[in-house]
Unconditional design. Structure first.
Length: 410
């Protein structure tokens, strides 16, 4: 071997006669790394492909070995793939509970809510939704949720998974969970996939909320009502996580009824009780359906003339029609809307059995109207949410001489 590590082979006597003399280069471990660097840190798989398929000339014959390259890691390192399917599922309700906060949402709701807290049970995939004005309210709403579900099931929350946001990772929150024997699972920083169940449900809720608002041309400040109804409906939708039943049935072991479902944002005629009208007053008022009440057997209706929410069981729906929001009236709504029975102030209450539940007494509630004879709302148990439905829009135009809120349906 010469100083340049090359051999000279006499082919005249030992081998078949060749057209010209050639020399062969020795193979060393350094060649793989050298050509890896020469090729701009091309992968070793790529180098091997070049050599095996003879895609270039003058590349020496060497064995490509995958070596660790610090420069490649510095410039090209990526994250490990997140498994698409979890390796473990809860065997009973409340064994594992997910939570995530969504917001801030602009514009705020009429009562100043800018966030919602989304909580999901891993076993049943039933969800609960709470409206918040600020992140600091998260801890109090978690305790309300805990009292609700533990009283309802007779079981306790065993594990609580969330991200590392300050609203979930405060000293007060951690101390409370330790006192109650709740195991904490916190996601790795910047890895929302580890809390994918709650994260994906947030996305689903917001997608449906946008669809609801667009379908009926509703003002954006109604997002909170749409989100609550969305949660209610999602608990009665099929999911691959629980086969053959809905999350509501997986949670309660009772097949849910959906005869109270209406197209969110549709027009309806709500009965005015005799205690709240004179002889010549109208017996019904035009309202917009925005959900059901969690602790009363009635529909939540937005009165477009009084600009407030009322609850009634006596409603006639026109699900294919919507309210035509005039620019003047829409501005009034944005500035003056009063939701005197807002969801955020009515957290879910477990309803009594059907036979013990009294009918809604028209006119007994100080801040609630009753509605026109029509369909009776099914009891909507739980603080939940929605499914997006659309219907053909009707033409509702202003009557000449009427106020901006007085409309006539053609």
């Amino acid at each position: 071997m010469r100083s340049n590590r090359m051999f000279t082979v006499n082919t005249e006597t030992k081998c078949l006669e060749a057209a010209e003399k050639k020399c062969l280069q020795t193979t060393t471990d350094d060649l793989s790394k050298l050509w890896h660097q020469r090729y701009g840190h091309l992968s070793y798989k790529g180098l091997n492909t070049l050599h095996e398929k003879k895609m270039v000339q003058s590349m020496p014959n060497f064995k490509t070995e995958k070596l660790t390259c610090a420069d490649c890691l510095s410039g090209k390192q990526t994250r490990k793939a997140i498994p698409h399917h979890t390796s473990w599922r809860a065997n009973n309700v409340l064994e594992l509970v997910y939570a995530d906060l969504c917001g801030p949402i602009t514009p705020p709701s009429s009562s100043g809510k800018r966030y919602f807290l989304n909580i999901v049970d891993d076993f049943s995939r039933k969800g609960w939704l709470y409206l918040l004005s600020c992140k600091s309210e998260t801890f109090e709403h978690f305790k309300k949720f805990q009292n609700l579900v533990e009283n309802e099931t007779g079981m306790s929350i065993k594990c609580f998974r969330s991200d590392r946001g300050g609203e979930f990772n405060s000293a007060e929150f951690n101390a409370y969970c330790e006192e109650k024997g709740i195991k904490r699972q916190l996601t790795t920083a910047y890895t929302p996939q580890q809390n994918g169940v709650a994260e994906r449900r947030n996305r689903t809720i917001m997608n449906i909320v946008r669809s609801f608002l667009a379908a009926k041309k509703m003002p954006k400040l109604f997002w909170s009502e749409a989100a609550m109804w969305t949660c209610h409906v999602l608990n009665r939708c099929p999911t691959t996580a629980v086969e053959g039943i809905t999350p509501q049935e997986a949670w309660s072991k009772v097949k849910p009824s959906v005869d109270h479902f209406k197209v969110w944002g549709c027009l309806a005629h709500t009965h005015v009780p005799k205690e709240k009208r004179n002889k010549l007053d109208r017996r019904s008022t035009i309202c917009i359906f925005i959900g059901t009440c969690s602790n009363t057997k009635g529909y939540r209706m937005y009165d477009v003339e009084q600009k407030r929410v009322i609850i009634s069981r006596d409603v006639v729906f026109e699900e294919d029609k919507r309210w035509e929001w005039g620019s003047e009236h829409k501005k009034q709504v944005d500035n003056e809307l009063i939701l005197d029975d807002f969801y955020a102030e009515i957290q879910p209450v477990q309803p009594p059995p059907e036979e013990d539940q009294p009918e809604f007494d028209n006119g007994d509630e100080d801040d609630n109207h009753s509605n026109s004879t029509g369909e009776s709302a099914d009891n909507a148990a739980g603080n939940e949410g929605n499914s997006s439905s659309t219907s053909s829009e009707s033409n509702i135009s202003s009557s000449s001489g009427d106020s901006p809120v007085q409309r006539r349906i053609h």
